[in-house]
Design a protein around this ligand. Structure first.
Ligand code: S3P
Length: 424
């Protein structure tokens, strides 16, 4: 489906809840499947990616009932050999987390994915898992992954990349390994796995800068999943750049390992405020108030903050086009390994709209403030986050734009257009 986006002459106003967090939804269904007993998860994501995790857990013999957005997982804590290949769709999180789980089972299976996922690097998980004794064969470290379930042993591992998917994969394998599995990463990535596993009774703890985990039995989970800060990011940026806007985004996950965008917006001088901060199942949650901010300034975004806003970089690039001065994004080379090469695709498509933006090896440089002309067709590269970022840019383009293959937003955020319409 191609979507035409017109300049928003009306400001964005009012308040809305943002749909369920994708990262938490994946983890909730996978970890509940490993627990013995009945788990109840409310506000499970409607996105296709978390649904891939759910369907795979069902293929592994777990009884999962879905009633609207509540899922009830009944498991005896033991996964069964699947009768066919396990299809992860577009979802890197499903493939990487499930590979960690499946490496330590007593059966063999195959994980497959769509074209984009089959092109993404899996060496980053195959290497540490192999050191633990996992037997995974693949062509050039890409999906399909043939997993031969084996006896695993804990390792001490220092990862050179800050990736929550790699970390979670190794920690999940550690749940089935003999001895202690210890993991350290260059910068802290999102820690939802650690928080949720601890809440479910896993023997997981920190020691000398390592996250350590031992073989553990998990208790069932009761959780109401909060709104996704990554989905919220499109509304934050739209609120900041569409003249006269004032919106409140409710029930958003504010885990400090995820909320780098809020720090950056504050540094840029944006009008953003957190209201009613609270805690749900160990995760920080709150409401976010955003107002139109015409005098924002460019900043440098690099180092430790990058994993805290990795999925938000395409829409932060849109924001930077509306900030005065230069925004430099560095240390983000892993963006090239996402659903599309997000450095290349973001720069190429925003340039078509009239942005002053160039790519570097590990990021991009944006000069603002630029009037975006629009009046062109842009590609989404079947990448949900790029499609949504281009939509936000379209709201401030002088002439309408056409975004190709917009339906890919369903990967994480099927409610996207409906919510924007509500605030217009
Ligand atoms: C995710 C981790 C990040 C992120 C992805 C979701 C997760 O990937 O980009 O959308 O839920 O663990 P990496 O671990 O590859 O950085």
């Amino acid at each position: 489906m191609n979507l035409v986006v017109k300049k928003n002459f009306n400001f964005l106003k009012g308040e809305t809840e943002i749909p369920s967090d994708k990262s938490l939804s994946h983890r909730a269904v996978i970890f509940s499947s490993l627990a013995k007993g009945k788990s109840v998860i409310k506000n499970f994501s409607k996105g296709q990616d978390p649904n891939s995790s759910l369907e795979i857990c069902k293929e592994l013999g777990v009884d999962i009932e879905k009633d609207n957005q509540t899922i009830i997982v009944n498991s005896d804590g033991i996964l069964k050999k699947p009768s066919r290949h396990l299809y992860c769709g577009n979802s890197g999180t499903t493939m990487r987390l499930m590979t960690g789980v499946l490496s330590g089972q007593n059966f063999n299976c195959v994980l497959t994915g769509d074209e984009s996922l089959s092109a993404r690097p899996m060496k980053r998980i195959i290497e540490p898992l192999s050191l633990m004794g996992a037997k995974i064969s693949s062509k050039d470290f890409h999906a399909p992954l043939n997993i031969c379930g084996s006896k695993l042993t804990g390792i001490t591992y220092e990862s050179k990349i800050a990736s929550a998917q790699v970390k979670s994969c190794v920690l999940l394998a550690g749940l089935f390994a003999d001895g202690v599995t210890k993991y350290k990463e260059i910068y802290p990535s999102r820690n939802h796995t650690e928080i949720m596993l601890k809440n479910m009774g896993a023997n997981i703890f920190e020691q000398n800068g390592y996250i350590c985990i031992e073989k553990s039995e998990l208790n069932p989970l009761e959780m109401n999943i909060c709104g996704d800060i990554s989905s919220c990011a499109y509304f934050i940026v739209a609120g900041l750049i569409v003249p006269k806007s004032k919106i409140i985004l409710k029930n958003i996950g504010l885990n400090p390992t995820r909320s780098g965008i809020i720090e950056v917006v504050k540094q840029m001088g944006g009008d953003i405020e957190i209201l009613d901060q609270r805690e749900v199942c160990g995760e920080a949650v709150g409401d976010i108030k955003v107002e139109y901010s015409p005098s924002m300034k460019g900043v440098e975004i690099c180092g430790e903050i990058i994993p805290k806003l990795i999925d938000e970089i395409p829409v932060i690039a849109v924001l930077a086009t509306q900030c005065k001065g230069q925004t430099v994004i560095k240390d983000a080379q892993d963006l090239r390994n996402k659903e599309s090469d997000r450095i290349e695709t973001t720069v190429k498509e925003l340039s078509k709209l009239g942005a002053d933006i160039e790519q570097t090896k590990d990021g991009m440089i944006i000069n603002g403030k630029t009037k975006l002309n629009g009046g062109v067709e842009v590609e989404s590269y079947k990448d949900h986050r790029l499609a949504m970022s281009l939509y936000v840019a379209g709201l401030v383009c002088e002439k309408e734009i056409l975004i190709k293959d917009f339906e890919w937003v369903n990967i994480s955020f099927p409610e996207f257009l409906e919510l924007f319409e509500k605030l217009k």
